[in-house]
Design a protein. Structure first.
Length: 277
């Protein structure tokens, strides 16, 4: 019997199953291949080298697996995978979202895989192995998750609280000047919200909005591979997403939130110049 989240399109079914398999295998590789002493390795460069090697290995696993089944598809990956393809399908991949968390042994990191059809995300999978959870969505079919509970759970974002009761997550860039500006935006926002969280993984933040664990999230400086899968999952769970007012999520600014939180949060971020270089 098909699961509640089985898509109606045969192509989307194929893309979803491939994304789920690739995300699971890459997550297993990253979880099981991480040295226990990674964060306290003897030299300053060696932990970063190991993380980079794991990142690259995970992306290769994903692209090799998908290419075996769909050799004509294109790719865009954080670690350099880039090809146009001829099928109209492109895979947008972040093999390890939350690299610093992974380095330090924190659990909030994920494998993010989206499939775009003619430029639009139609399938998204985010696997968070240390949480034991995987989130997925197909355009028009809702968002779902598997975890410690039995079976698949449909994801629905929270009812909107007043903005001053909203829990919102963000992230910070590693470029010092950008970071300082982001801190100033957060300083202005904090008195207007319940609180701000910082998980270290944009993909997980978007899934937490979908799962009702956050009322919203925002970040500047994200790349397509950070956003593609999580943005679809959040939208399919009923959240709104965007960038600056009237724009799609972009490197300047990405915002997601439950309806009723998204709009005032986006306006405040515009007023505070959260997108500003």
């Amino acid at each position: 019997m098909p699961s509640p989240s089985s898509p109606t399109s045969p192509l989307h079914t194929e893309l979803l199953r491939l994304a789920q398999e690739a995300a699971r295998k890459a997550g297993d590789l990253l979880r099981d291949g991480r040295p226990a002493d990674l964060a306290v390795a003897a030299t300053k460069s060696s932990p970063i080298d190991v993380v980079t090697e794991m990142d690259i290995a995970a992306e290769k696993l994903i692209t090799d697996l998908i290419s075996t089944h769909r050799p004509d598809d294109g790719f865009l990956g954080e670690e350099g995978a880039s090809s146009e393809g001829t099928s109209g399908v492109r895979w947008v991949i972040d093999p390890l979202d939350g690299t610093v968390n992974y380095l330090y042994g924190l659990p909030t990191w994920a494998v993010s895989i989206a499939a775009e059809q003619n430029g639009e995300a139609v399938v998204g999978v985010v696997a968070a192995p240390m949480r034991g959870e995987t989130y997925h969505a197909v355009k028009g079919e809702g968002a779902w998750a598997t975890g410690a509970w039995e079976g698949e759970r449909r994801l629905v974002c929270r009812p909107a609280p007043p903005l001053d009761q909203a829990l919102v997550s963000t992230g910070f860039n590693y470029v010092q000047e950008v970071r300082a500006h982001q801190a100033e935006v957060a300083r202005k926002l904090i008195p207007l919200l319940r609180d701000i969280r910082r998980s270290g993984s944009a993909a997980v933040d978007l899934c937490d909005v979908a799962a009702g664990r956050l009322d919203g999230c925002y970040e500047r400086g994200l790349n397509p591979w950070d956003l593609a899968a999580g943005d679809l999952i959040a939208r399919e769970a009923g959240a709104l997403t965007g960038g600056r007012p009237g724009e799609r999520p972009a490197r300047d600014l990405a915002v997601a939130g439950t309806p009723g939180v998204f709009e005032p949060l986006q306006r405040l971020l515009e007023d505070f110049g959260a997108w500003h270089d």
